[in-house]
Design a protein around this ligand. Structure first.
Ligand code: TRP
Length: 349
């Protein structure tokens, strides 16, 4: 895709800087864990400053799979508190809930008219569900709701609404950003104007795979995660559950094949890594001790986050105020985009 700059139209930058806009959505579907922190929270927050950054909790996307109201409400708050604890500064960025921006849903409906069904048929998540059903001999669309089928349209609305230049996401979301691009382009083409920016996915260089408790990649779906905001005691207990082989304490161990060491590397300084690797190789260090070292470095990094997280969760009204203020900042931007579209479409009165 060629570089594409939106130049005409309203300035939405309070007059001064013309930073590029980075936007990402966070689906609140589980308790934040260490792989979320390393793989998405930290890298996405690193863009704030260089970019005019916008982060939102994609609660309507979560609704496709989460039907328990209490669970969803709790999850939204935990995930929001997690990002704030991780360093998101709501004064410097825009941070809001998708559900507080009704323009999102208006734009999603408008975009439906420009989205071919065939495009949606090709979406990975939908295709995977259909294939899964085929393998089980079930009806192809069993368990597929329209929210899942049209997921990329809602996501395109999230992105287009806020004029995003770049969208930091994991590899699994790249197709969705390309679809948002296709949809924006279809609209621009039809109205013969650069109504919408064409967003680009910003996939960060592969962060090392974060090993989970059982040695597989850490993932909520494997149930092998280390929670980000567990108490110190719970963190230690969870780390102690990491699966190891049965080499005796005396045996020299290879750090590079140890999941405990791989995780250690993601939190330790270079010097610490070198020193501990030597102890692994020298023998005389058992897995119990290796886990305690791992706990020490993880806890060192997470302790301040945990403290902030607990403080935020102890003041939910304060958290809700932060999100409400974010929505107040976000809505005029969203309204301007929808107004632009309506005008172009001939339905602006
Ligand atoms: N689909 C994304 C995920 O599952 C979440 C999301 C929703 C999103 N809307 C977005 C990400 C817009 C980037 C931009 O992780």
């Amino acid at each position: 895709m060629p570089p594409y700059l939106y130049i005409s139209g309203l300035s939405r930058y309070d007059g001064s800087t013309m930073k590029k806009i980075a936007l990402t959505g966070i689906k609140p579907t589980g308790d934040p864990h260490i792989a979320n922190y390393l793989g998405s929270i930290k890298p996405a927050l690193a863009l704030a400053g260089e970019y005019d950054a916008r982060y939102f909790i994609a609660d309507y996307h979560a609704l496709n799979t989460m039907k328990d109201p209490r669970e969803l409400a709790a999850c939204i708050r935990k995930v929001a508190a997690g990002w704030l604890a991780g360093g998101l500064d709501p004064e410097k960025v825009i941070f809001y809930r998708q559900s507080s921006i009704p323009e999102t849903f208006e734009l999603a409906s408008l975009l439906m008219a420009f989205t071919s069904k065939g495009l949606m048929n090709r979406a990975h998540a939908y295709k995977a569900a259909v294939q899964d059903n085929a393998e089980r001999g079930a009806d192809p669309d069993a368990g597929v709701n329209m929210g899942l089928f049209t997921y990329p349209v809602l996501m395109a609305a999230d992105i287009i609404l806020f004029d995003a230049d770049i969208v930091p996401v994991g590899q699994d979301q790249v197709q969705h950003i390309e679809m948002a691009q296709d949809i924006a382009q279809a609209v621009n083409f039809n109205y013969k104007q650069e109504l919408f920016k064409l967003p680009q996915a910003a996939v960060q260089e592969q962060v090392a795979v974060v090993p989970g408790l059982d040695g597989r990649k850490m993932s909520k779906s494997y149930g092998n995660t280390i929670p980000l905001f567990a108490s110190e005691a719970m963190l230690l207990k969870t780390i102690k559950r990491m699966v190891t082989d049965s080499q005796p304490v005396e045996a020299p161990k290879d750090p590079e094949t140890s999941q405990i060491f791989l995780l250690y590397k993601l939190f330790a300084t270079k010097d610490e890594q070198t020193a501990l690797a030597a102890r692994y190789r020298g023998g005389g260090m058992g897995w119990g001790e290796a886990k305690e070292e791992l706990f020490r470095v993880i806890n060192r990094e997470l302790a301040p986050l945990r403290e902030r997280y607990n403080a935020i969760m102890a003041d939910l009204a304060g958290l809700d105020r932060i999100l409400a203020r974010g929505a107040e900042k976000a809505r005029p931007i969203a309204a301007a985009t929808v107004a632009r579209f309506r005008k172009a479409a001939g339905i602006d009165w």
